[in-house]
Structure formats: C-alpha cells, structure tokens
Design a protein around this ligand. Structure first.
Ligand code: NOJ
Length: 489
C-alpha cells in the first residue's frame, strides 16, 4: 500500500527528472535571508487566516440523494480489497444532513475560514450535459450557513470524486474531453457561488491522484497505465486546471481568487548550507515539473522532457498557454518531508538522500515527521515561482486517538506535530514568506481513502456508529493558537 512504494517508484511514476542535466549548484545564487524579526516571537501577522479543511467524498455520505451521480470513488470503494478496513463513504460523517451542526463545530474553534470541496457528480451527475440544480443547492446552503456564522468559505472544485460517467465514456482524465467538461463545471459553479465564495481552489493533489489512481492502481479508478499515458493524464489534468482558472475568471464575480491546492513534492536541504539550499531549489522545480512547475512557468522543464524522452506527453503551444494561466495564489498541502537533498557536482545539481528505516513517522506510516517542511516549502516556493500569496491548504496528522475512561481523547502526538509544524511555519512567515493562511486537516475524522475510517485525521472525533462528534484535546490546542494568533516557542 501507500507505505510500500519507494521514492524512486514515485519519481518514475511522476515522470520526475532525477539524475539529469542542470547547472551545478552555485553558492552565489543562494537567496539572501529574508528580513527577520518583524513579528513578535511566535506571533503570526494580524489578519492571518486560520482555517480548517475537509472534502466532499470524505464526509458527506448521502451518495444517492437529490440526484447525485456516481463517482469513481463510489465504484472503487465498493470493489473488494481496495479499502484497508473494508469500509466505504456511503454514509461517512453524514455531513450532507448534519452540515449545520458541523458549521457549529467550526465556529467553536474560532477559525475564520473553512475549505470544503464540491462533488462534481452532485452538480453534473453525468459529468457534462444537464446540471442537477439540487446538487449545487446543497453547497449554496452550506455557504450561507458559514457566512451567517462569520466563517469565510473556500471551495475546492475537484477533490478526486470524478463522475463515473466520464470515466466510462471517455476514460476519465485520459481524455481532454474531461478537461473541457471540468472547465464547464467550473464555469457553472463560479457563476452561482462566487457572489459569496471569494476563493476557489481548482484541483486537489494532482501529485497523488494521478500517480496512485492512474499509475499504481491503488486509488480510484485503479488503473496501471504505462508511463507515456500516465504523463498524458497529468498533462490533461494540468490543462483542466488552466481551463478552469480561465472559466472562473470569465464566469465568476470580479475579484474572485483562483489557484491550485497541491501536495508539492517537498524538497528540503538535508543540512542548511547555501549550496544545499540552492540544490533544494533545483530539486523543487524538477521534482514538481509535471504539474506545479508547468502551471506556474507555462512550460515543461528541459530536464523533464529529456528524462521522459519518448514518454513525454503530447501537447501544443496553445495548451501550454492555457496551462500557464496566471494563478492568484498557490495552495500547498504540507505533510511529510519527501526528499532531503544535498548539493551535487553532477547534473542536475542535487542528490536525494535515502531515508533510514528508523526515521520517525506519525500513526500513518507514510507521514514522516519533518516540521521544517513547513519552513522550507513556502520559502523555496515563494523564491522559485515569485508568488505573492501562499496558503497552506492542508496540514495535519492521524493519531491513534484512544478514548480514555473519562470519555476524552488526549491526542498529544497530534498536538506535538502541529506545534512543531506551526513553529516552523511562523519562522517562515517571520522571515517574509508570503503565507496568508493555514487550513488544518481535518475538521473531523473522516473517510481516509484507501485506509477507510480507521485512520483518523480530525481534531473532532467522530463515532462512525452513532455519528456523535466530540472535540479532541487538539481542538483546544488549535483554538488557543487562533485566539492568541501565536504559537508557543
Ligand atoms: C491529502 C488529501 O487531500 C486528503 O484528502 C487526505 O485525507 C489527507 N491528505 C490525509 O491523508
């Protein structure tokens, strides 16, 4: 499963450019340290946006209600052997019926923002063609409820629940028909929600669902495509991103902000030297060449194309222009450090170090602990792509979350994780990294994809029998951070 695949497999699947030409690292290209000390110790800037996040399929349930079409995750989760604990999200948190209660939970935290996703198959049950107005009504009501409670809505258009009809009809993301259908869906949503939703995330974690869903076959739709086709899928998704950015601008209210929410391949200097920092910059571009870099630079890197060779995606200059449409921000999902790098004499100027088997992780084995990820990733991203606004669109952890005899959950490991990551994020912000907000994953325990309901990421516990929600200790921790707009240092 997730833990088993090696970084090299990941790099291969992602079409990443390991071990190919680039200028050797040069110390004199290292960025100057951003000005430090503008913030009081541990403080975040005033107006920093504290939020929390969820996604549609992971919490909503109600999969057969109000005209919703099937998604590839409905199909996949019902096929035997795909989900570790044999569960599916037919009911999940039943958020569809309990959204008002859940908005109450958000309000209790004191957060200012909530990132949720819209289920494409609720809005277009067939993926394209006739919309289902009742589908969008649900989100419209949710948005009203959030605003009535003083919470700013941030909507994601695609968090992996592709309409099954598109998978069946055109092969899903294997076809640019899906990219175009996504743009139509984006336009439809933008027209109807951006009077109230000011920020739209286009597509969540391309790096995950393309590789795992179309390459390794362990996420929906469970395909194991050869490299050339996999690269084409990723290209079609990048095209969908660009088309949807344009659609939101063309059909949304003026001033609507739009950008991606990506699990950037997190490249960190193993040891903080100018040479290694430069190497981490090179690695960040090259190891994100297939999505984040091409949408932000409007072209594939030379290394990516050389490495892919005959497996490079087929594309036109016009497509690259669309893919490179300007983003208002970048959303970065930050969990584990993925690649510790050092400078290398050989091209492309960095080497990736192997992880020792004793490297610590959280209760999810893939979630290695590297708090400095929250420092280096925004700092390097801001430098490389010259972005003015970064959101940490997800950060959080699973925990074993035992319920004690007093009925409480003392998730001290989650608090440890959050405290350390937030401390490093504060360091980045204090040094000038343009991070404007942070969305903790997740508001409440939910359906954790191939791990089912057993891996719990919430700061509210959910009993999946009774559906009762209750705060864990981490909810108090987060409430305290938000109230003080600061982290203990
Ligand atoms: C990122 C994904 O966007 C989200 O759906 C998932 O639950 C978390 N990572 C935790 O694995």
């Amino acid at each position: 499963m997730l833990e088993d695949f090696s970084r090299r497999t990941f790099a291969k699947l992602a079409g990443l450019a390991l071990g190919i030409a680039a200028a050797p690292a040069k110390a004199d290209e290292t960025p100057a340290q951003p000005a430090a000390g503008r913030l009081a110790s541990g403080s975040f800037p005033s107006g920093f946006i504290w939020g929390t996040a969820t996604s549609a399929y992971q919490i909503e349930g109600a999969v057969n209600e109000d005209g919703r079409g099937r998604s590839i995750w409905d199909t996949f989760s019902h096929q035997q052997g795909h989900i570790a604990d044999g569960t599916n999200a037919d009911r999940a948190n039943d958020h569809y019926h309990r959204y008002k209660e859940d908005v109450g939970l958000i309000r209790e935290l004191g957060v200012k923002a909530y990132r949720f996703s819209i289920a494409w198959p609720r809005v277009f049950p067939e993926g394209a063609g006739a919309p289902n107005p009742k589908g969008l009504d649900f989100y419209s009501h949710l948005v009203d409820e959030l605003l009535a409670n003083g919470i700013e809505p941030y909507a994601t258009l695609y968090h992996w629940d592709l309409p099954q009809a598109l998978q069946d009809r055109v092969g899903g993301w294997q076809s640019t028909e899906t990219s175009k259908a996504f743009a139509d869906y984006a336009a439809y949503v933008a027209e109807r929600l951006t009077d109230r939703v000011k920020t739209i995330f286009t597509i969540n974690e391309v790096g995950r669902f393309v590789n795992f869903g179309y390459g390794l076959g362990i996420d929906a739709p469970g395909l194991k495509l050869p490299q050339k086709q996999l690269n084409q899928v990723r290209h079609n998704v990048a095209l969908a991103h660009g088309l949807s950015v344009q659609a939101v601008r063309a059909h949304g209210h003026a001033g609507t902000k739009v950008g991606p929410a990506e699990n950037i391949a997190a490249c960190l200097p193993a040891i903080d030297t100018p040479e290694n920092v430069r190497a981490a910059e090179i690695a960040t571009r090259e190891l994100n060449a297939g999505f984040l870099n091409v949408i932000l630079e409007g072209k594939y890197t030379d290394h990516f194309l050389a490495y892919a060779g005959a497996n490079a995606p087929t594309f036109t200059e016009d497509e690259l222009k669309i893919i490179g449409s300007r983003n208002d921000f970048i959303g970065l999902n930050i969990y584990a450090p993925q690649f510790y790098v050092v400078a290398a004499e050989h091209a492309p100027g960095f080497s990736v170090l192997p992880f020792p088997s004793s490297f610590p992780h959280m209760s999810s084995e893939w979630l290695r602990i590297g708090p400095e990820t929250a420092y280096w990733v925004p700092r390097l991203a801001a430098k490389i792509w010259d972005v003015e606004t970064i959101y940490i669109s997800e950060n959080g952890t699973s925990s074993s979350d035992e319920i004690r005899p007093d009925g409480k959950i003392y998730d001290l490991d989650r608090i440890m994780y959050l405290r350390n990551y937030l401390t490093q994020l504060q360091r980045a912000v204090a040094e000038g990294a343009p991070v404007r907000g942070y969305f903790l994953w997740s508001l409440m325990d939910n359906f954790e994809w191939i791990f089912g309901l057993e891996k719990r990421f919430g700061i509210y516990h959910v009993d999946f029998e009774t559906l009762v929600r209750r705060p864990k200790l981490s909810a108090s921790f987060y409430r305290n951070v938000i109230a003080r707009n600061a982290i203990d240092v």
